[in-house]
Write a new protein. Sequence first.
Length: 298
Amino acid sequence: MNYLITGGTGFVGKKLIQKLTSLNLNCYILTRTPEKYSNTELTTYITFEEAFEMPRIDGVINLAGESLFGYWTKKKKEMIKTSRIETTQKLINLMKQMDHKPEVFISGSAVGYYGISDEKIFTEETKKPGEDFLADVVVAWENTAKQAEEIDIRTVYARFGVILGKDGGALPLMSLPTKLFIGGRVGKGEQWTSWIHINDVVDLIIFAVQNKNISGALNVTAPNPTRNKEFNQKLANSLHRPYWFPTPGLLIRIATGEMSQLVLKGQYVVPNKALENGFEFSYPTLDSALHQLFGRVN
């Protein structure tokens, strides 16, 4: 079987391709600079222009998008939004021209769809989006991807939470203060972190590709969100570092501007659709995830 992937050179993309190729599946990875990468028997790096020469594609997985990390200037915010929408639209146009349409389109999304709250519980049944910048981005992103449904392609909006892995994602940045012996809660520490281990991310994407009952929104989060103060306490324990130096929210806002909402705000997101369809998380609790990544957790 053949899969077309954008964002294949990123943190999640590289892990996903490793798993797909281990299953003896062919991966065509879209990139602007294919010459930087070496093709293998099961991986081929191509440009959008070369994509029209591919064999029949069974599934398309869209993971591309400008990183959220960095000071959110006006230009940065435009890049965050346009990078997601433009790539998704290119994929839609490509799929429309295929003689044999893919069976499934997994389009990256984010739990930012729900907005921020310390009290509400969000599931895939939550229809009303938030009212902040990230929610607006996700709504526009998903509306673009929705065009795939109109050409009878099963479409899944993979709403990613905070992805935990040692060599990418948010965790290296989140763990830096703790590693420097200044770890502690951030702000009031009551904000929820809807996290997920990178291995479960990869497995859940493949589960969604293979499970024809899954369509629409899919929360790619572990079933046990954690408040920031507990998250950082467990992280400190796993890294054998003290937990005693709270970081004032004002300092975070001054240092990172509007991007501060990524750490000072959060949402409690439950992966109901994954659980209802029988997906089994390898790391359902934060203790199990951090133990796999760093060692013991008290």
